[in-house]
Design a protein. Structure first.
Length: 450
């Protein structure tokens, strides 16, 4: 119906309030035009007014519907709305826009997978998209969403030099907080279990068995959840016997995992200032005391210093200080106070952890490729030249083996789950087996004065 017909027949039963209100709503005429005819009876006028008010509310609801949920609710509330087609188009556009944002977000996550933990991704992406992401990385979705940080079971440590069993080669694992030392240790122990023969020694007190087992059991079928950082009051001692499966004789080894917080103590002693939190000082002093008598033990020693490539590449600081600050202080401490290398040290290794993240430094392109140790050494000399020089010179002074090793526990996903790479750990283990001779061989060499 056109404007003239409506105005001329406004009192007719054929021109219903709905027709008048629709004409007003569509701009065909105004409410004032209808009133000015003088033929719009009061009852009909009230109905038209109510319909116009409802139309106003509907229009406001439409313009205020911005999200997918709001627009979907609008269509349900107003199934015959003149805005229905426009609402449907907006919904389609928003869905496409949301899908594109999600695609971009997933692409970004794929590039930086360790910026997110599983629970964060579940909230961010939802179940279906997280399943797709897990499929992309060939990860078990159930394993990812059921992430639970491993609980490490600690043991008592020797309280005097006399508590330390003789005849073992003591292997020290050094590293500042977050250097990757505990992760490396768990990967090495798991590789020993899966590819070598490892067992507990026959000694009066079974030191470190629970801790060794809890580190080893982090992995199952090469997949494992990353362990938490070493506690400030924990210096763990783990003696065990190790051999290749093709050998008949075991080597006697003991691992010492040292709290990274002791490096803060090194820095305090070298620079005569305090940086350790007072509430942690008792724990750190306890670890430091344990360390000092472990170093004085007469057993042969091997030292592994772990340096985190990622921490250095991202210029991370701990307590306002860099890895270099802590390592330089440690090097000075070792040099100036009863040089640790002088007391039966057989070898010192500087290990660059997370070294598989060094771009364009892969030796082979196959899945078993590892980073070249020479590349790792070049990086360490550039970033930690003073520390490297001091340690290297000390080793030369006492004719101690000095080597640099690249290291990675394997591919890490969601900052919590690792696919174990045996190759790096195997290199470390073979170095230990090369240096540490079976017990009988050691006795024979002593008899022959070799």
């Amino acid at each position: 119906m056109n404007r003239e017909f409506i105005l001329n027949n406004i009192s007719s039963i054929d021109v219903t309030p709905e027709i008048i209100a629709a004409a007003i709503r569509n701009g065909v005429l105004s409410f004032e035009d209808a009133i000015n005819t003088g033929n719009l009876e009061p009852g009909k006028r009230r109905v038209v007014s109510d319909l116009i008010s409802k139309f106003q509310i509907e229009e406001n609801d439409f313009h205020n519907s911005k999200t997918l949920d709001q627009l979907s609710s609008f269509r349900i509330k107003y199934p015959q709305s003149i805005f229905d087609n426009e609402a449907a188009k907006k919904i389609t556009h928003l869905k496409l826009e949301e899908e594109e944002k999600k695609r971009q977000r997933i692409d970004e996550i794929k590039r930086n997978v360790n910026n997110y933990r599983p629970d964060e991704l579940l909230n961010l992406l939802g179940e279906n998209s997280l399943k797709e992401l897990c499929s992309h990385f060939d990860m078990d979705y159930e394993l990812v969403i059921n992430y639970n940080e491993p609980k490490l079971n600690f043991n008592d440590t020797p309280q005097s030099i006399n508590d330390i069993p003789k005849g073992f080669t003591d292997v020290f694992f050094w590293g500042i907080p977050s250097s990757g030392k505990t992760c490396a240790l768990s990967a090495i122990l798991r590789t020993m279990k899966d590819r070598y023969a490892i067992t507990s020694p026959s000694i009066p007190k079974k030191w470190g068995g629970n801790y060794r087992d809890s580190l080893t059991s982090i992995y199952s079928d090469q997949i494992g959840y990353l362990p938490p950082p070493t506690q400030t009051d924990r210096t763990q001692y783990m003696p065990f016997l190790l051999r290749r499966r093709s050998d008949s004789k075991y080597r006697k080894l003991s691992f010492f995992e040292l709290s990274g917080e002791v490096f803060k103590r090194f820095h305090e002693l070298e620079h005569n200032h305090e940086i350790i939190d007072e509430n942690k000082r008792g724990d750190v002093d306890g670890s430091f005391k344990t360390l000092n008598y472990l170093l004085k033990c007469e057993n042969p020693k091997i030292h592994f210093f772990f340096i985190d490539y990622q921490q250095e590449s991202k210029s991370k600081r701990i307590g306002g200080l860099t890895q270099e600050n802590y390592l330089d202080a440690a090097a000075s401490y070792f040099r100036d106070r009863d040089n640790i290398f002088e007391n039966k040290t057989q070898a010192v290794y500087i290990v660059l952890t997370k070294s598989d993240q060094i771009i364009d430094s892969v030796i082979d392109t196959d899945s078993n490729s590892t980073i070249n140790d020479e590349v790792a050494e070049q990086f360490l000399n550039e970033k930690f030249g003073n520390f490297m020089n001091v340690i290297k010179n000390n080793c030369a002074s006492y004719e101690i083996t000095f080597k640099v090793k690249s290291f990675s526990i394997g591919d890490v996903f969601f900052n919590s789950i690792c696919k174990l790479n045996y190759d790096y750990s195997t290199k470390i283990i073979e170095e230990l087996l090369r240096i540490v001779k079976p017990q009988d061989d050691c006795k024979l060499r002593k008899i022959l004065n070799l």
